[in-house]
Structure formats: structure tokens, C-alpha cells
Design a protein around this ligand. Structure first.
Ligand SMILES: [Zn+2]
Length: 270
């Protein structure tokens, strides 16, 4: 008796790559009983022909005593049809598919985990920024950026008009660069705070009556910075608020930019 089998070594491993390798280079095991001569290549090919097509070929009267090469070719064609696949190979293919599916599941599971981690990170970053807050909650805008009139050239920030003692909040996260009088803006800003934000932008809060933060302190959106006042060059209680792009010096007023887009980016619309 002759038995052909595909021994896919490594079927027990879960790796699809291992399986792929095992299946693409199968080990053909040939079992031969001792009293039977080793079959020729021709006979080995014939053994893959299904019994029914073989029998059909044999019962054809003119070819009963032998198989004509054309009949063999026909039979081989039949054998190559999907329904005639070697059950061992089919089994290996099923195992391969199963392993591929498992690998795909693992991949999507990994992707899901990655997505969840990214989401968690984004949420943590959002928490670190704190709640975006208007520097003063109840106010009227007394002057906008670029206004001309009472200033040497033009107004270099936003004036949030509010009574002395009104709380001033950090609009978003940052580090306190300056808290007190003196420094670059000391001549006109009175008591002021400068915050440096993640992108290098700095914001300045002038004319404060009191300051609640210290230099070097980390703040998040809605951290209390102090209170509205009229220290320095001020004609009435208000918060003079300025935005300085990265690389500029807060207090060097003509380097200040319009606070409107910066606040808008935080979802704040004064
Ligand atoms: Zn002002």
C-alpha cells in the first residue's frame, strides 16, 4: 500500500509565519509495505487520481488493458479540480487559515489597545491643560489690540474692564515666568504675571491689585492668578492682557500680537 501525506511540522505553533513555511515546503512521507516495489514517478502521479475517474477510465472498453496517456491527462485534470484536493493539504490549509485569523485578531486587538492608549494620553493632556477659561469672567472690553488713542502708538493687548478685586484666571496651562512688579514691564504694568505656555507663547496680565502665584509655579486653565487692580500706568480698574509669540520678551510691547486668535484657539471668544 502506498500512502502520501503532508506532514506539516510546526503545526502546533501559533505563529502564522511558521505555518506558512511549513505548508509551503511540506515533507512528503511515503509509506511502502515491504513486499511492494517502490512505485515509479508515473505510478505516484496516478495515485492522486480519484478512484471514480480511475474506474471510469478502466471501464472504457478500448482502454481496459491500460491507460492511454491522453486518458491519464484527462484524469489528472479531474484530480486537479477543487473537489479532488488532498484531505491532508486541506487540513493544513484550514489550520493555516485559522492561524491567520488568530493573527489578524491579535493585530486588531493590538491596534485597539494602541487606540485606547492614545485616547488616554490625549485625555491626560487635556486634563493637564485644565479648563480653558477667560482671564476675567465678567468684563467689558474697554480696548482691543491695535486701537489708537490713549497709547503712544497703538494698544498692544486687550483691556478687560472689571472692578478691583475681580478674580483673574489662567486661560490655559503654563508656567509662571514672572509674578510681581519690576522686570521688563515694571515701568507701566505695575503688579503683573507672565505665563509661558507649551508652544513658547507667553501671556502677560498687568495692573493687578494682588497676585496669588509664584514664579516657577505650574498652572492649568482656570488656576487663579490674582485680582484686577489699577497698579502701574492705569486710568481705571482693568486687566490689560497681552500675548507674546515664542522668542519675544514680555514687556517689549510692540512685539505683542493680537490676543484674539490665541484666545479663539482655546475656544474663548471675548
Ligand atoms: Zn491696556
Amino acid at each position: 500500500m502506498l500512502g502520501l501525506g503532508v506532514a506539516a511540522s510546526g503545526l502546533s505553533t501559533s505563529s502564522a509565519q511558521d505555518l506558512q513555511a511549513a505548508v509551503s515546503s511540506p515533507t512528503v512521507v511515503t509509506t511502502v509495505t515491504p513486499d511492494v516495489k517502490q512505485p515509479s514517478a508515473f505510478q505516484r502521479d496516478a495515485s492522486t487520481i480519484s478512484r471514480s475517474s480511475f474506474r471510469a477510465a478502466l471501464t472504457t472498453p478500448s482502454e481496459a488493458d491500460g491507460l492511454a496517456p491522453s486518458t491519464l491527462a484527462q484524469a489528472a485534470e479531474v484530480a486537479a479540480e477543487p473537489g479532488e484536493v488532498d484531505p491532508q493539504a486541506a487540513k493544513a490549509r484550514t489550520a493555516l487559515l485559522k492561524a491567520e485569523n488568530a493573527a489578524a485578531d491579535k493585530r486588531s486587538e493590538k491596534l485597539e489597545k494602541k487606540r485606547a492608549a492614545a485616547k488616554k494620553k490625549a485625555e491626560a493632556a487635556k486634563r493637564a491643560l485644565g479648563k480653558s477659561t477667560m482671564p476675567v469672567k465678567h468684563y467689558s472690553i474697554a480696548a482691543r489690540f491695535g486701537d489708537v488713542g490713549a497709547w503712544a502708538r497703538y494698544h498692544t493687548g486687550f483691556d478687560f474692564s472689571a472692578p478691583v478685586g475681580t478674580t483673574i484666571y489662567a486661560p490655559t496651562a503654563g508656567v509662571v515666568e514672572h509674578a510681581g512688579s519690576g522686570g521688563e514691564a515694571g515701568g507701566w504694568a505695575g503688579n503683573y504675571v507672565v505665563l509661558k505656555h507649551a508652544d513658547g507663547t507667553q501671556t502677560l496680565y498687568a495692573h493687578m491689585s494682588s497676585i496669588s502665584v509664584k514664579a516657577g509655579e505650574r498652572v492649568t486653565g482656570s488656576t487663579k492668578l490674582g485680582h484686577v487692580g489699577m497698579t502701574g500706568r492705569s486710568f481705571g480698574p482693568h486687566l490689560h492682557f497681552e500675548v507674546y509669540p515664542a522668542g519675544t520678551t514680555p514687556g517689549d510691547v510692540y512685539k505683542a500680537t493680537n490676543p484674539q486668535p490665541w484666545l479663539n484657539k482655546l475656544g474663548l471668544k471675548p
